[in-house]
Design a protein around this ligand. Structure first.
Ligand code: SAH
Length: 254
């Protein structure tokens, strides 16, 4: 079984120590049944991944001593996911999958046809953290504040391309559109269950760097569309390309 991985806020330095709060201690002791001297991998999004060993574990908390750096800090491609706010279970799935599929940030957006507006950012952050722990990535995707799509598009930065997943068709398929595209800063936009309005489609297509695409002849649910688009992007321009060894691959190859 692979080692337990935990995301912590603390700085990670040689011979340092980290103390876990009740939640992570419960996970270690009761869920993972970890014991004194067991090894645990720690990461904080800044200092790489560290091997540590449990030096104290009780009801009060757990203490971990840092043994050494296992992997240097690395980040995946600069890819954002803009996702219309959909109902909670589906939104939570999208956050988990976006973390697994290597999005760097996720921004929930309000569109004309979003029918859910309550977003628990803290819970989404916890889901992203757990997914990052499980996938082996060294950062946790940032969950950005909810914003109105119209405003996000009005302030679109000129240097970030926008893969606009348009269910209405009239666009190249994603693989064709991405075939000649350059790497760099990207975002993917997925709409709500009710789809985009005509006005939103025009606005999304009008931003500098817009790349409208179709995900094929079937209408996908928002979660499926997000997974498909993230996968196609990673395979075309991201770290599924195999042009360079990923940090994990590089580590395994050593
Ligand atoms: N109710 C809408 C579908 C919305 S699906 C309708 O019936 O037309 C939710 C989102 O997933 C869409 O806004 C779009 O961003 C994405 N999506 C789903 N299927 C797609 C496809 N075939 N091509 C491109 N985007 C798609």
């Amino acid at each position: 079984m692979s080692l337990i991985r935990l995301h912590v806020a603390d700085d990670l330095v040689q011979d340092g120590a980290v103390f876990l709060g009740p939640q992570q201690t419960h996970y270690l002791a009761n869920v993972m049944r970890a014991r004194m001297d067991d090894e645990v991998l720690l990461f904080n999004g800044r200092d790489g991944e560290w091997l540590s060993s449990i030096v104290e574990i009780s009801r009060r908390g757990a203490g971990l001593r840092l043994l050494g750096r296992h992997r240097p800090q690395a980040q995946g491609p600069d890819l954002d996911l803009l996702i219309a706010v959909v109902k909670r279970p589906r939104l939570e799935t999208i956050i988990e999958k976006a973390a697994e599929l290597g999005a760097r940030r996720v921004r929930p957006v309000i569109t004309a046809r979003t029918n859910a507006s309550q977003v628990n950012l803290e819970r989404l952050h916890a889901i992203a953290t757990e997914a990052a722990e499980q996938t082996g990535r060294l950062d946790v995707p940032q969950i950005l504040e909810v914003a109105r799509l119209a405003e996000v598009l009005a302030e679109w930065p000129g240097d970030r391309r926008l893969l606009f997943c348009d269910e209405a068709g009239e666009a190249a398929t994603a693989l064709d559109a991405l075939a000649g595209a350059e790497r760099g800063l990207w975002a993917i936009l997925i709409g709500p269950e009710g789809g985009f309005t005509a006005e939103e489609r025009l606005a999304a297509r009008a931003v500098t760097g817009a790349v409208p695409v179709s995900l094929g002849p079937r209408i996908l649910r928002a979660d499926t569309a997000a997974i498909a688009a993230l996968s196609l992007w990673q395979a075309s321009l991201g770290d599924w390309r195999g042009l360079e060894l990923s940090s994990r691959g590089a580590h395994l190859a050593q």
